[in-house]
Design a protein around this ligand. Structure first.
Ligand code: SF4
Length: 654
């Protein structure tokens, strides 16, 4: 007997104002679980392959999962999915945000919200249990996200309403506009704020009072919660040797130690997501700049300041506040700012022509001008709003950008060590670099085959090899448990290009999509290493134990991974319908041309990398030549209908 009570969909068509509530078929819930999995299923069923991201037939899916609001720790995230205007080329992708909105949606009686169509005028949606209203947002159009939140709370007369909204950037379809929740939670990557803007949808407010989330085994769940509290750290921080240890211990968020004094100076408290004991966000209040939550990449301007001048000041908090208020994705700025600095040094972009005060970088004036120009698509901001790849393309410099030509002489060459290897550089498919393929070959496979920056949801590998602080021999013991072989990892910059590394990449991908389907936070799960056991070995089965305790459905880690494989293949089928083939599974040229300028890792060997990719397709059960899943693989995974559709459309190999 299971307690799986998940799968209620609220679907709103903004074109017709039709509101529909229905349940996902039980068989599909078992096959795709929730979150990322069920979002892929809905997208596959509903979205035609040849539309653009701003077409009103594009849909926006907000999917929680069966663990959200169940009491499972770190299960507060909501997945957002649709066709992305940020990806290059446009295509299906996902994003996610934490906070409390997803839990509130479940309390209101819904697990998934699907938005389709386009409102004739600006609107916001107010969901109060069974009452769903589409309200005018004309008076909110043009306003920043913090102001919108305050206004809507007043209008719905409910302090407990949870709100997601877009800023002016989303309204103007800035391709990397995020969706903002509270004062610092964002569905950042993907540009789904711009998709909301294209639908004339300013905000979605939710209040739920009518549903209690049932748990199959409350005592079992409580015991698991205590265990997670006891053994889990953030980002795998395990020993004092971890570069993130000081930040994690002193301010409760995993940041490099150089930022700790700044955070300590302005921190009021830690905040976080629903039901999460970790509270990894810091709420800072800076005189004249107000208060706001920060974690991870919201420290982007701090990193650039550290790289450029070795210290940080209040401008780095201003940068985060402006980005969150105007609704501009800080992750993309981390790719864009170094690039335009290089172009300024090369004489391609001048202060006079652009109005951007390059000489004031990394101060307040520079970042304020830049964010406002982008958010309002003003002057050069109109081009920059297209994202770094499209901007470079419009200048006729995309090829040059992908080789990183000119970086050595630039101020931007100093970024990176402090920025988790993000500053100046691209990872692929339009997105900012994040963990370099030259350091770890698994990163190359994830980047090549991903539909966005893959690492935001796949920290498990990097957590062990980079952030844990463990000696290599301990890492190898964990690699054997997590990825099937001690040879799944290699010393930084020394890949073997073999099947152990490929298998690791496949397992990381399968686990990543299942983690996003339950969903469980990537900063905590899987718990692979911990300072609280003798051999530093964590509890890899925690996700399946939590799922079983909440739903009553018996599930092992291996069974979950098999579902992850099904979801990953469904996503690949979506990409294939949208035109993705092996030729699209690429990395930017620079990783094959130059050594890594900070770690010293040598360039990847292109021939060996292609052989690794042959191995990858083969081990995935995909056609090596085209990168399309084979019919027998799809059938093995219970995706017969997907195989049939691909066959009808002449897309299946053989
Ligand atoms: S670790 Fe941080 S981001 Fe993850 S659920 Fe907890 S508070 Fe949210």
């Amino acid at each position: 007997m299971s307690s799986l009570e998940f799968g209620r969909v609220l679907k709103i068509d903004l074109s017709t104002e039709a509101v529909k509530v229905y349940d996902i078929a039980r068989d599909d819930m078992r096959k795709f679980i929730g979150g990322e999995g069920i979002a892929a299923k809905i997208y596959w069923d509903e979205v035609p392959p040849n539309i653009n991201a701003f077409d009103e037939n594009n849909i926006l899916i907000f999917a929680t999962g069966p663990l959200v609001a169940s009491g499972a720790p770190g299960a507060g995230r909501t997945i957002v999915a649709g066709r992305s205007p940020q990806s290059y080329p446009e295509g299906y992708t996902i994003s996610s945000f934490g906070g409390e909105w997803g839990a509130e949606l479940r309390y209101a009686g819904y697990d998934i919200l699907v938005i389709k169509g386009k409102a004739k005028k600006p609107v916001y949606i107010w969901i109060k249990d069974e009452d769903v209203e589409i309200r005018s947002a004309s008076h909110l159009w043009g306003k920043d996200t913090f102001t919108v939140r305050e206004n809507i709370i007043r209008e719905v007369n409910d302090e407990e309403a949870k709100i997601i909204t877009i800023g002016p950037a989303g309204e103007k379809r800035v391709r990397y506009a995020p969706i903002i929740h509270r004062s610092g939670h964002a569905a950042g990557q993907g540009g789904f704020g711009a998709v909301m803007g294209s639908k004339n949808l300013k905000a979605i407010a939710v209040r739920g009072t009518r549903r209690i989330i049932k748990v199959h085994d409350p005592d079992g769940l409580l015991a698991l919660v205590e265990r997670v509290k006891k053994i889990a750290t953030l980002m795998g921080v395990t020993t004092e040797e971890s570069p993130l240890c000081e930040g994690y211990k002193k301010v409760g968020t995993p940041v490099v130690s150089e930022l700790v004094p700044f955070i300590e100076k302005y921190k009021l408290r830690n905040t976080g997501c629903h039901d999460c004991p970790k509270g990894c966000h810091v709420f800072l209040e800076v005189p004249e700049l107000g208060g706001g939550e920060m974690t991870c990449v919201q420290f982007f301007y701090c990193w650039l300041q550290l790289g450029a001048k070795g210290e940080v000041d209040e401008a780095c908090f201003l940068a985060k506040q402006l980005a969150d208020k105007y609704g501009v994705n800080v992750y993309e700025l981390l790719q864009l700012i170094p690039y335009i600095l290089v172009l300024n040094e090369k004489g391609v972009l001048s202060e006079e022509e652009t109005g951007i005060p390059f000489s004031k970088f990394p101060g307040k004036e520079f970042i304020e001008t830049l964010i406002l120009k982008i958010a309002n698509r003003e002057g050069i901001g109109d081009l920059l709003a297209e994202g770094t790849w499209r901007f470079a393309e419009k200048l006729g410099r995309l090829k040059e950008y992908l080789t990183m030509e000119g970086i050595e002489e630039s101020l931007a060459n100093k970024f990176g060590m402090v920025a988790g290897y993000m500053g100046y550089g691209t990872g692929g498919h339009g997105y900012c670099a994040h963990y370099d393929p030259r350091d770890f070959i698994v990163s190359g496979i994830l980047w090549a085959t991903g539909h966005r920056d893959p690492w935001s949801y796949s920290h498990e590998y990097i957590a062990v090899v980079e952030w844990s602080g463990l000696d290599f021999e301990y890492q190898q013991k964990i690699a054997e448990i997590a990825w099937g072989s001690k040879d799944a990892i290699h010393p930084m910059g020394d890949p073997k290009y073999d099947e152990h590394e490929v298998r690791a990449a496949i397992i990381v991908q399968n686990r990543s999509v299942i983690k996003n389907s339950l969903p469980l936070c990537d900063w905590i799960y899987p718990i692979l290493c911990t300072p609280y056991t003798e051999a530093y070995i964590g509890d890899i089965e925690m996700a399946s134990k939590l799922f079983t305790a909440v739903t009553g459905i018996k599930m092992t880690e291996q069974e979950l991974l098999k579902i992850g494989e099904r979801i990953f293949n469904l996503e690949r089928a979506i990409l294939v319908r949208e035109g993705r083939r092996r030729e699209g599974d690429t990395l930017p040229d620079y990783v094959f041309l130059y050594p890594h300028r900070w770690t010293g890792s040598p360039p990847l060997d292109r021939e060996k990398f292609e052989k690794v990719m042959d191995m990858y397709y083969s081990m995935r059960g995909w056609d090596v030549k085209t990168g399309i899943p084979k019919e027998e693989k799809l059938k093995e995974l219970g995706l017969e209908d997907v195989a049939r559709k691909l066959r009808e459309e002449g897309l299946l190999p053989g």
